[in-house]
Design a protein around this ligand. Sequence first.
Ligand code: 13P
Length: 347
Amino acid sequence: MNVSELNAIAEAMVAPGRGILAADESTGTIKKRFDALHVESTPETRRDYREMLFRSTEAMSKYISGVILYDETIRQNAKDGTPLVKLIEKAGSLPGIKVDKGTKPLPSCPGEVVTEGLDGLRERLIEYRALGAKFAKWRAVIDIGQTPAPANALPSSTCVRANAHALARYAALCQDEGIVPIVEPEVLMDGDHDIDRCVDVTTWVLKETFAELFRNRVALEGMVLKPNMAVPGKKSGKRASVAEVAEKTLRLLKQCVPAAVPGIAFLSGGQSDEEATAHLDAINKLGELPWRVTFSYGRALQHAPQQAWSGRSENVAAAQRAFGHRAMMNGLATMGQWKADLERKAA
Ligand code: 13P
């Protein structure tokens, strides 16, 4: 393992003003997004859509440090035959790859899942590296049970530990193959819990994750953490102010994330586009932080361009403008320089 090479890639992924585009939706997930637009999901429409994003030259070169791809996409060529990976590289952005194989029910833990994909992972990493991947992603999913919590509330320690262990095994393998791991333990925001329960569970999950990363000898300088923010569950009917989300998120991260980690790149997790930007901005406005704090958004970067595109080639320019706008807003938020006024001016 060459820690300084891994560190240089990780630092580039979280460079000031820039963040990561998560465009690694599985075939099933992108179909759901396309269904909402009444667009058929085929290898060609998926290619056209992603080519539209990666050819958004200004957004890509100024605000997007890296793109997480799905297995199909990393092998696809643009309409003119250029590999999509080359489009990303030409824009000065780094190609990355989702390497987990999704979630499966966790035995004896009803309602809980564990992320699979460790078998054969070394061989897949070697292949992806040859295809141009500089970093990888593995997403663990933790669900918070209903409140008030009974004694056997979710998540179970079985679930938290199994997922933390898999994340660390994946991260160690990535580093051994010269690939920077994005370590993503996502605590879902679907439940009816309040923000403080989200803080408690996220703290627990991150503590377990960093303990496993230590046991598996992962070099913290050569990774990026992709956590959820501290937010109330969607079904709680409660809302937290931007200031509360920022303060509670930063406080818990300071409890859990060693300063050796170069950067934290949040997932958006179902927040609205503007909320995800406002929260990131507010965290960065809280002052000197031990790590770079940026975005690795899927939905919060792609919702607007998907609506604008709607599967029509004549909408490509409008979709690229919508993507460029969200990328710029989030780029500003990585430096605490976003203002709500900038959204209204664009509308
Ligand atoms: P969202 O920003 O839509 O949550 O997606 C990010 C991601 O990569 C989830 O794994």
